[in-house]
Design a protein around this ligand. Structure first.
Ligand SMILES: *Cc1c(COP(=O)(O)O)cnc(C)c1O
Length: 464
């Protein structure tokens, strides 16, 4: 194909649309995990690199024929593994248009529309998530990178306060930073600390309670010098929230930076009935969340928020002769986040928010939380032990013995009606259920409880 004319593109894009529609329409009929046959067929991709060009439609045909059956149906209504949302129709369709645009969102001069939608989406998010009004957002690949982004800003701001320019001088010889995390901090927070040179193990770890909440009375009495404390909104197993007000008090009296990892839990702030969980959340200096989890936009999309834009700029501004001076055209993404060139992830977030409206986002959160409660009640009724207080969209269950729990997870996955993943809690195996997809409905929940119950009986034929 040489030109972007309609005559050349139309058959290709119509064919792709048709394939996508067929895929989506049959998502709920197929097993959630791919069949062994589909996995075996992936060998068809083991080709030598073609010597020369071919018909793009043949490439898409191969992708669909061999690739589609080997996907995990996580975009459907009965996928409860990890914390994975689907893709809302408006987000998906906007992403197709935005793919055609192929905009680089690094600077306003590269894409005025991306800059405009960055501004609008940031305003909407800050309002919805009840963050301080001047809060800035950057759209990154996920909460992992949002944690890296925010914790870099935290590190640099805390060291700047101590008279140290870490971007110029590096960490060698810098004043030490006390980094405090809860025992149940997400692995990506710990990874981010390692990536930015603060160390995965060189942290003060505060024990958590039985729900995974940091116990604030165990915070150190007083720390000297730069300090960062990481709190969590939504523990990956239990959905529990750290006590933000108590942690914010501690941060204030120690001049520490408070970062909140709220990859999915931050969205609880949209639900008026869950404000007891998010109280004090707005007192933090930075927040990390995901668009691709509970908001149900496509991959990849995370969001880092900073209370003060200058804290991002201190860490991420870059200079080069060809870069325009700040011309007031809008927010310069590349000077406030790790990447320069990037796709305009805010477009899908904007589309999701605009198509749902405030009430729709609230309903998404409330509905999935209600399904989690239904799921917990159904599984409790079936004789499983529900290990967590179901305060959000996460349910943690266990069978009588560790062996039975492991067998249950395997049997559920093999059955294919729904998909739930294994985890460990309190040092023992458990099964984790996350209701994060917009497409899940009451019937999916009923069918899944029934399938898990049946899988339990199949896995333990001699038990009652
Ligand atoms: C998923 C998750 C992350 C990491 O997010 P990615 O989008 O996978 O990078 C971080 N923290 C928590 C609490 C999470 O649930």
């Amino acid at each position: 194909m040489s030109r972007l004319d309609r005559h050349t593109l139309e058959p290709l894009l119509r064919d792709s649309t048709e394939r996508a529609l067929t895929y989506l329409a049959t998502l709920d009929e197929r097993p959630v995990g791919p069949t062994a046959e589909a996995l075996g067929a992936l060998g068809a991709f083991d080709e030598v690199l073609p010597d020369g060009p071919g018909d793009p439609r043949a490439t898409v045909e191969l992708l669909d024929r061999v690739g589609s059956p080997a996907t995990v149906a996580s975009n459907g209504g009965r996928y409860f593994g990890f914390v994975i949302g689907g893709a809302l129709p408006a987000a998906m369709a906007s992403s197709w248009v935005a793919t055609a645009w192929d905009q680089n969102s690094a600077l306003p001069v590269m894409s005025p529309v991306a800059a405009k939608l960055h501004q609008v989406t940031t305003r909407w998010l800050v309002e919805l998530l009840r963050l301080p009004p001047a809060t800035t957002a950057v759209f990154v690949t996920g909460a992992s990178m949002a944690n890296v982004t925010a914790l870099t800003a935290a590190r640099d701001a805390q060291l700047a306060r101590a008279g140290w320019d870490v971007q110029a001088e590096g960490l060698f010889g810098a004043p030490e930073i006390t980094v405090v995390v809860g025992e149940k901090a997400h692995s990506t927070v710990v990874k981010a600390l390692g990536v930015i040179g603060l160390g995965r193990n060189r942290v003060v770890t505060i024990p958590a309670d039985d729900q995974g909440r940091l116990q604030p009375h165990l915070l150190p009495a007083k720390v000297q010098g730069p300090a960062i404390v990481c709190a969590q909104a939504g523990e990956v197993n239990t959905g529990a929230f750290d006590p933000f007000n108590a942690i914010a008090e501690w941060a204030r009296s120690n001049d520490a930076w408070l970062h909140v990892d709220g990859a999915f839990g931050l969205w609880a702030a949209v639900d008026p009935t869950r404000q007891h969980l998010t109280a004090g959340l707005d007192r933090a200096d930075s927040w990390a969340t995901d668009g691709h989890k509970w908001l149900n936009v496509g991959y990849d999309c995370g969001i880092a928020f900073a209370r003060r834009p200058e804290d991002l700029r201190r860490s991420f501004a870059s200079t080069a002769g060809y870069l325009p001076p700040d011309d007031g055209r809008g927010f310069e993404v590349m000077h406030h986040s790790p990447a320069a060139s990037q796709r305009a992830r805010q477009i899908e977030v904007w589309a999701a928010l605009r198509s749902l409206g405030r009430a729709g986002v609230t309903d998404l959160v409330q509905r999935t939380c209600r399904y989690a409660e239904t799921m917990a009640a159904g599984l409790d009724h079936a004789g499983l032990h529900v290990l967590n207080q179901v305060v959000l969209n996460q349910v943690l269950v266990r069978d009588e013995t560790d062996e039975a729990t492991r067998a249950l997870v395997e049997a559920v996955q093999a059955d294919g009606t729904c998909w739930c993943g294994p985890t460990t809690w309190g040092g023992r195996p458990a099964m984790r259920i996350s209701v994060s997809g917009w497409a899940t409905d009451e019937a999916d929940v009923v069918a899944s409880v029934r399938a898990i119950t049946a899988a339990r009986h199949a896995a333990r034929p001699h038990a009652g």
